[in-house]
Ligand binder design. Structure first.
Ligand code: APR
Length: 319
């Protein structure tokens, strides 16, 4: 494991000191994280530039309706996201939160991210709540079938979903030299994939498999939500909520800020855009750290976690 070199400070000193004093004495801490946490790993956010996939608003493909009308297109979108997420690496912010979870017992992270980067940074499983599921879970789309599989990292999940490559002359160019096409670019034609070549449920043999993510209009995972409710409703106060790299526009995730405040929490925002604060705004004594989470988190959490260790990620070790 190589430790990263000390970074120059990216946050104002007075802010840093008051935050760290509070962090050090905090017993119950919540982090609500979103796509901005993984932005510096090279994965696009939803509502900023990059929120479009081809001509589609990324959020319009994330619905059960889109899947039932055009499962081939929705699978191509998710297969592409699985592929890009597997190519990306966890950044220092993922490692910093994972280390905080090891150092502070009363710390949980509610992640809206499905990219698998926090698990790959070895964030302790019991304190990481994946409220929107994972790109690497798959389940049967048939209403009557309960098939569910976790940690499926096969890429592509079926051969028909392989990212197309440049046409190459097999007599002169090896498959390894073929260049992947950027299928997010709408000028590149997508192949039509018929139903029979999409991922099929191995259990009921009737339904198509679908990504194990929570789509718009769907319930959040019951067990995870119960665990969060139990944590939130404990009688002890909540000392701190960190809102990291999320526009905090989607409920119920966004509502956790108000719930935590009602239990006494101070709020610390870490965001590239200083206007992306939760609807209830900032109160006296809250903190706004403006900039890249990958730079800011290791610095503001340093008083508890020390220097961030950026190591091999879990997926790389497993391969
Ligand atoms: N560091 C910190 N914040 C960043 C960075 C960065 N490097 N880059 C972008 N951000 C911030 C943006 O300013 C924005 O506030 O991250 C936020 C990303 O917001 P969204 O794109 O709305 O993503 P998110 O909040 O995760 O969306 C929530 O909505 O579309 C659904 O299910 C999807 O989980 C997603 C949910």
């Amino acid at each position: 494991m190589a430790s990263s070199a000390p970074r120059p400070s990216v946050v104002p000193q007075a802010n840093l000191e008051s935050f760290q004093t509070h962090l050090n004495s905090s017993k119950r801490i919540l982090a609500l994280v979103g796509a901005g946490l993984s932005a510096s790993s090279g994965l696009p956010t939803f509502r900023g530039a990059g929120g479009l996939w081809r001509t589609h608003d990324a959020t319009s493909l994330a619905t059960p309706e889109a899947f039932s009308v055009n499962p081939g297109l929705v699978w191509q979108f998710y297969s592409y996201r699985r592929h890009m997420a597997l190519k990306a690496k966890p950044n220092p912010a993922h490692y910093a939160l994972a280390e905080l979870a090891r150092k502070k017992d009363g710390f949980i992270t509610l992640s809206q991210n499905v990219d698998g980067l926090s698990p790959r940074a070895k964030h302790p499983e019991d304190s990481l709540k994946l409220i929107h599921g994972s790109l690497f879970d798959v389940k049967c789309s048939d209403f009557f079938c309960n098939y569910h599989e976790s940690n499926n990292y096969t890429d592509p999940i079926v051969p028909a979903l392989a990212i197309p490559t440049d046409d190459v002359d097999p007599t002169t160019t090896s498959a390894l030299q073929a260049r992947e096409l950027d299928i997010a670019d709408e000028s590149i034609a997508l192949p039509e994939i018929d139903h029979a070549h999409l991922p099929q449920c191995p259990e009921c043999r009737r339904g198509l498999l679908r990504p194990g993510v929570v789509w718009f209009g769907e319930m959040l995972p019951k067990k995870v939500m119960e665990e969060i409710t139990q944590w939130m409703s404990a009688t002890d106060p909540i000392d701190l909520i960190m809102v990291i790299g999320t526009s905090a526009k989607v409920y119920p995730a966004a509502g956790y800020v108000d719930l935590a405040r009602a239990k006494g929490a101070k709020v610390a925002i870490v965001n590239m855009d200083k206007n992306d604060v939760p609807a209830s705004g900032l109160y006296n004594g809250d903190w706004l750290f403006e900039g890249d989470a990958a730079q800011i988190l290791p610095e503001i959490l340093k008083s508890v976690i020390g220097e961030v260790q950026v190591g091999e990620d879990a997926a790389a070790e497993g391969s």
